[in-house]
Every structure is written in C-alpha cells, then in structure tokens.
Design a protein around this ligand. Structure first.
Ligand SMILES: *[C@@H]1O[C@H](CO)[C@@H](O)[C@H](O)[C@H]1NC(C)=O
Ligand SMILES: *[C@@H]1O[C@H](CO)[C@@H](O)[C@H](O)[C@H]1NC(C)=O
Length: 321
C-alpha cells in the first residue's frame, strides 16, 4: 500500500478587481470517464464563482453540500433532450476560496448510466459571467462517446487538464474589459493513427472528444511593480514535481516558504488538496530570513488515498487589490 504523492508548486500572481455584482461565474471545466460498468460514466466538474456565491468557507471545505442550482443536461443523443445527468448527485463541495481575490471553487462528481454508446453532448449553460466581463451567459460542453476504440479495445475517456501545467499556450487576446479577460479553451483528443470507434473510422485529424476549460484572467495596472515581480518559493520548500512516497498510516509534514520583492506574503492557498489535509496559519521564517513567510501542512493518508495525489500551493503577495 504505497502512497505516491506528486508535489507541485504553482506560483501565480493574480491581481483582483473588486466588483459589486450579482453576476458570479468565473469559469469551469468538466471531465469524464467510463466506469466499465455498462454505459455508466463518471463526471467531475469544477466551477469557479465570485466569493460568497456558494458561501465557501474554511468550515465547509470538502464537505458535500446539497443544491440543485447546477444542471448538466444531455442536449444531443439522449432519448429525451434536456435530461439532467447530475440529478442523482446535484450538490457540490467547496474546494477553495480567496476573499481578497474574490473567488471560490467547487467540485461536483456524479455518475450517469447512458442508454447506449452514444455519442452524447453534455452541457451546462446559465448566466452570468462576472460583471467585469459583461455578465453574458456561459456554456460548458463536453462530448461523450462510449463505443470501443479499435486500438485500446475500450471506450475512450475525455482529455483531462493536468493540474501540472506542461505546456505554454500563447493567446493573442485583444478583447478585454478594464484589463479583465475571459479565456475559453476547448481541449480535444485525436488518435495518433487511424482507428475505428464502434464502426466509425477516426483519422488522426478527427476529434474523438472534447472538454472545456474556461477561466478569468486579470491584468491590473501596478505602476510600482514590474511584470517579473511575483512571489517565489524558497528552500526548503519541496521542489516542483517532487514525487514523494508515503504509506497509509504515515503522517506527512511539509513546509512551504515564499517571499516577494518589496512586499509581504499575504497567504498560501492549497488548490484542490487531498481531503484530511491541515494547513497552519501563516508564520515567519524559522531561519529568520527577512520577508520570508511560511506555512506547514499535515496530511494523514488513508486507504482511500491510494494512488497519486497532487499537492499544489499558491503564494499570494500584498499586491492584490
Ligand atoms: C435540445 O435542447 C436545447 C435547448 O435546451 C437546444 O439548444 C438543442 O438544440 C436541443 N437539441 C436537439 C437535438 O434538439
Ligand atoms: C484592453 O483592450 C483595449 C481595447 O479595447 C486595449 O486598448 C487595451 O490595451 C487592452 N488592455 C490590456 C491590459 O490588454
């Protein structure tokens, strides 16, 4: 029973524009995989909102909350158009929030038994994006195809967006509102050589399935800062991409240290952490380096945590407004 823990340190510098708003959406994504049990599919949807929309707080992180606000609908391929596929588990858990940056994130996992191999189109559309972006409706769409692939002899599963960024994408964005951008990316998978799925040929140029990834990017004016200024992690923070192995029953202690030029570190945020993880308050450096701040995390892996988990920590400095 070996625990593999991939450790990842993500540094992001986000400014924040506070807006008084009833519009609340900040992006999202959805992934799916067949369970191997008939035409049953397991979905995992992550949605971002302005802070307060779902009352995410440290007391309800990773606690399932009932709600019927979100309806993922089958809009193509199902016997009844509009069938809600998350009706058996419509609620969510809060996975993170940041008051100053005005966001919170939720995750929902649900399964649905389709009547056949498909193809189906699943979508969640509603209003509205945050006011800063003009409050329009959003639409997140994924396609589900459960026919067997001739190369793997198993159904396809959707592309996943790895928590670990492994490519740079340059987007030439010209449309923004006060420096706020909405990014809507569709990730598609294609076979590397021609295969058949069911009886349909898929050449390397043909898309098998697609998932959405939508998020908000803020570019505030910071006259006293330069673009290269951002929080940086310092030793003895675990290195990015460290893989650590733990056994069930071990207690994992890890510390993260960060600094940022001519300012202080305001917070460390765990992004979608494994459950049971505990995070200390922000503290000063135990090596007495000035302007260095740290947190400690403690995690006790249980049997259900078997496999690979990613721990991702974001350091935020005071240039957030
Ligand atoms: C299903 O309903 C949606 C609206 O709810 C519509 O946009 C879509 O075109 C419909 N699909 C089919 C296959 O009729
Ligand atoms: C935002 O868009 C305007 C044009 O609408 C452009 O002049 C400006 O440079 C853009 N701002 C940023 C920060 O990209």
């Amino acid at each position: 029973m070996v625990q593999k823990l991939s450790l990842e340190v993500l540094v992001t510098v986000l400014g924040c524009i506070n807006v008084v708003t009833s519009s609340h959406f900040r992006g999202g994504s959805i992934f799916w995989k067949p369970t191997g049990n008939g035409y049953e599919v397991e979905f995992s949807a992550k949605l971002g909102y302005e802070y307060g929309w779902n009352s995410c707080s440290s007391s309800n992180l990773n606690v399932y909350q009932t709600s019927t606000d979100v309806a993922w609908k089958c809009v193509s391929g199902c016997p009844v158009n509009g069938t809600v596929v998350n009706a058996n588990r419509p609620g969510f858990t809060c996975t993170g929030f940041d008051i100053a940056q005005d966001w919170e994130r939720t995750e929902s996992t649900f399964s649905y038994v389709f009547p056949g191999a498909g193809t189906y189109v699943i979508e969640y559309t509603d209003g509205a994006w945050i006011n800063a972006l003009g409050s329009g409706n959003w639409r997140l769409t994924t396609t589900v195809n459960l026919h067997s692939r001739s190369d793997t002899h198993a159904p396809n599963f959707s592309p996943v967006v790895p928590a670990k960024p492994n490519c740079d994408l340059t987007i030439d964005a010209t449309q923004n509102k006060s420096g706020v951008y909405a990014l809507a990316i569709t990730i598609e998978d294609k076979p590397t050589s021609t295969i058949t799925i069911g009886s349909t040929p898929y050449a390397p140029s043909r898309v098998i399935s697609s998932v959405p990834l939508q998020f908000v990017l803020l570019t505030p004016d910071l006259p006293t800062r330069s673009c290269s200024d951002k929080p940086i992690f310092l030793d003895p923070t675990p290195s990015q991409n460290d893989v650590l192995v733990y056994r069930q029953g071990d207690i994992v202690y890890l510390s993260f240290y960060a600094t940022s030029r001519a300012t202080t570190i305001r917070s460390f945020t765990l992004l979608d952490p494994p459950i049971n993880i505990r995070q200390s308050a922000l503290r000063n450096d135990d090596r007495f380096r000035p302007a260095v701040y740290a947190i400690d995390i403690t995690w006790s892996p249980v049997a259900a945590d078997r496999g690979s988990k990613t721990i991702c920590v974001e350091a935020t400095d005071n240039y957030t407004y």
